[in-house]
Write a protein that binds this ligand. Sequence first.
Ligand code: HEC
Ligand code: HEC
Length: 251
Amino acid sequence: MLAWALLFHAQILVDVPTTAKNPHSSPADVELGRKIYGARCAGCHGPMGDGGKGTNLASPVLPRSPDDLTLWKVIRFGVPETEMPSHNLTNKEIWQIAAFVRTLGKLDTAPVTGDSQRGEAIAKGKGGCLGCHIVLGKGGELGPALTDIGLRRGPGYLRRKLTDPDRDSAGFLQVHLTTKEGTALSGIRMNEDTYSIQVRDRGNRLHSFWKADLKELRLEQKTLMPSYGQQLTAQEIDDVVAYLTQLRGIQ
Ligand code: HEC
Ligand code: HEC
């Protein structure tokens, strides 16, 4: 609620455009937009917009930004309660970035050639994905739910996640800890503050510790997401990517 109230306040102070259509979308504007995007957005959304920490922007349909004006507002004010920040740039610069973002939707960053039915069989079978991920209510919780992964991530990112998972794994840190009583535990950090830490173990159980009770606490950048580059053939990876791409939430 507070975030929305602040957002409302911010919108009063900022001269929000009223034109529904982007007035700065010439090729020169797109080029300037590309430069600002590279500096401000690519770190989260990927240089080609196919996702990372931020959502997939390389899609002709952006759920939160159906038209130019909503896209402008999302870039200017961010998305409350998510990692999408506000951007204090000039109105014109925001339009230029918006113009560039729209070009990403027209790029076919990584065509999907696999067979999604075969991909589903692999994901639920020998891939063992449901051991760690929920799809439509079923599965483990060690990794993020994949129910709407096709909306959030582009095929390029999905392929990288299967073959080179450490590349964009920010957020899900592996934790190794030992209590003063000698109990050792490894898992994923779910939450942490000055005094306590919450860890989910490989059996999906959630544990909470006071840091004062720990003898050792070690965080690791390496992801628990296995690399499938050896275990699956290139064709099978394509199939799994095709399956993931069409997971678009509960409809
Ligand atoms: C710190 C990481 C981060 C940065 C930097 C960032 N974003 Fe985002 N962005 C996100 C996240 C996370 C979301 C998803 C929010 C949500 O849950 O809907 C998002 C959502 C969006 C959306 C909404 C997509 C939709 O579904 O309609 C757009 C558009 C967008 N970002 C554009 C940008 C642009 C342009 C920039 C640079 C000016 C930028 N973002 C910078 C993380 C980031
Ligand atoms: C041993 C547990 C484990 C298994 C098995 C596993 N994953 Fe993961 N996966 C994770 C964890 C933990 C993360 C979050 C950290 C990261 O992004 O690397 C993750 C992240 C992902 C992401 C990125 C999600 C996002 O929101 O960006 C995708 C996609 C994914 N996994 C797909 C799969 C698929 C498909 C399979 C099966 C072929 C699979 N995973 C098997 C643990 C696992």
